[in-house]
Design a protein around this ligand. Structure first.
Ligand code: GDP
Ligand code: IMO
Ligand code: MG
Length: 431
């Protein structure tokens, strides 16, 4: 039986998922997103050009491959339209190889307003949301109020839109939110709604499909399918650092609900981790460095959000979190990105356990947000050389290989490949 392979982030996002998906796409027939929405920012680089994708799967630049936006994804039509137009400018006509699930839910302009209203109401306890409307749209999905892509074509679409919009306006006013003063991309709500409605025409140019049948048929026919995760393990709604998480299941299990494939059809699970760690937005981050080293990681790694431009918090790689991620996701292959960022470091550290009130543990405690976690750090000698021009895993510096071997030992999972630059060509497979 052909199985679906999964690729997802093992930390707090931005591990380089988009880049690795782009590199692996030639090995697959279909690339499918299964959760999240325009909160994601997946960067691809080739031919000296950088491309950032938010809703569209990262296989889109391979014209002969099919890309699918699955039922578990949220689509914001205006952001979708902007992405499609960006691709058109680059000569990529996505109507040819992008399919959209009828069951994917829509993000309305008022979902984005509610995101802002909810964050404002939280005061000092803000999540640091990307404000793309993710939480409110998934809330409406589970509350059974949501509007799906397939609904755009039905007679009662306008009425349902108006009713949901009204509900959001009532809620925002109850929260004391300044609806009149609210702006999206510099537009008032009414102006943005007009642009949003017009963008539905772009969405309608795509094939809306029963993606669960499509995917299962592909697998039955022996086609190879890659499920592309967004966000990451530690932002998972159930197992992440709740409430500082996103609103979807970012884990392997999310592939089953976000695409309609049975658990028995899950094949390899490729987990992406940076050689260090970053987090954007609020929430716990035990290995965070608020010093010169943290600053260096941020600057050398260009750690600024691909979606919001916010600086990412930086710190050492966190093995307790990585082991947890491997357990929850059933990771079969690790991909390590960005060791090149630490090329000039004298010492590179790895957190191998947490010390909480003098007691060591390698488990993620329930009180993760409040526990006084002190990371137990193991130092490694830096490799102190450029990785530019290295084309084989074996040719990597011995000290870097020792660091990578420790990651394998600590997680019990083999490293499949290491990425040493943003460019598509710089991924070194181990065998
Ligand atoms: P994603 O959300 O997981 O797809 O990751 P992002 O695109 O948000 O962030 C990853 C960033 O790191 C992007 O700017 C990539 O171009 C860059 N990147 C990916 N892999 C590497 C690598 O191996 N080395 C370096 N220096 N940069 C990388
Ligand atoms: P990719 O796919 C990093 C973070 C936000 C915030 C929290 C909730 O590029 O790895 P949301 O908008 O979902 O309500 O925000 O999750 N977040 C991400 N951080 N990478 C992402 O996606 C993220 N998507 C959401 O910063 O803390
Ligand atoms: Mg990103």
């Amino acid at each position: 039986m052909t199985k679906i392979d999964v690729l997802l982030g093992l930390q707090w996002g931005d591990e380089g998922k988009g880049k690795i998906v782009d590199v692996l796409t030639p090995r697959y027939d279909v690339v499918a997103r299964f959760q999240g929405g325009p909160n994601a920012g997946h960067t691809l680089e080739f031919g000296g050009t950088k491309h950032v994708l938010h809703i569209i799967p990262s296989g889109i630049f391979h014209r002969e491959k099919t890309n699918l936006i699955g039922n578990g994804v949220l689509i914001e039509p205006r952001i979708f339209r902007q992405e499609i137009e960006e691709l058109e400018k680059k000569g990529v006509d996505a109507t040819k190889n992008l399919l959209v699930s009828q069951k994917a839910h829509l993000i309305l302009p008022t979902h984005r307003m509610m995101d802002a209203a909810n964050e404002q109401a939280k005061g000092g306890a803000k999540i640091g949301s990307t404000l793309k409307g993710i939480g409110p749209a998934y809330t409406d999905k589970t509350a059974r109020n949501g509007i799906r892509v397939g609904d755009i074509l039905t007679a009662d679409f306008d009425a349902r839109y108006a009713s949901l919009r009204e509900q959001h306006l009532r809620s925002a006013r109850t929260l004391g939110f300044d609806v009149e003063g609210f702006r999206i991309d510099g537009m008032t709500l009414a102006e943005y709604e007009k642009a949003w409605m017009e963008s539905l025409e772009t969405l309608k140019r795509f094939r809306f499909v029963a993606s669960e049948y499509f995917i299962n048929r592909c697998l039955d026919e022996g086609k190879k399918v890659l499920a592309e995760g967004a966000q990451a393990m530690m932002l998972d709604i159930d197992f992440g650092t709740y409430p500082f998480v996103t609103s979807s299941n970012t884990i392997t299990a999310g592939v089953c609900t976000g695409l309609g494939v049975a658990p028995s059809r899950i094949g390899r699970v490729m987990g992406i981790t940076k050689a260090y760690c970053t987090r954007v937005g609020a929430g716990p981050f035990p290995t965070q460095l608020d010093d010169e080293t943290g600053h260096q990681l941020c600057e050398l790694g260009h750690e600024y959000g691909a979606t919001t431009g916010r600086p990412r918090r930086c710190g050492w790689i966190d093995l307790p979190a990585l082991r947890y991620a491997c357990m929850i996701n059933g990771v079969t292959d690790l991909f390590v990105t960005k060791p090149d960022v630490m090329n000039d470091f004298d010492t590179v550290k790895m957190c191998t356990a947490y010390s909480i009130d003098g007691r060591q543990t390698d488990e993620i405690p329930f009180e993760y947000n409040t526990a006084p976690i002190v990371p137990v750090l193991t130092p490694f000698q830096g490799w102190k050389q450029s990785l530019a021009g290295i084309t084989a895993y074996d040719a990597l510096p011995e000290r870097l290989k020792a660091f990578l071997a420790a990651i394998e030992r600590e997680t019990g999972v083999n490293i499949a490949a290491v990425s040493i630059s943003p460019d598509r060509k710089d991924v070194l497979f181990k065998e």
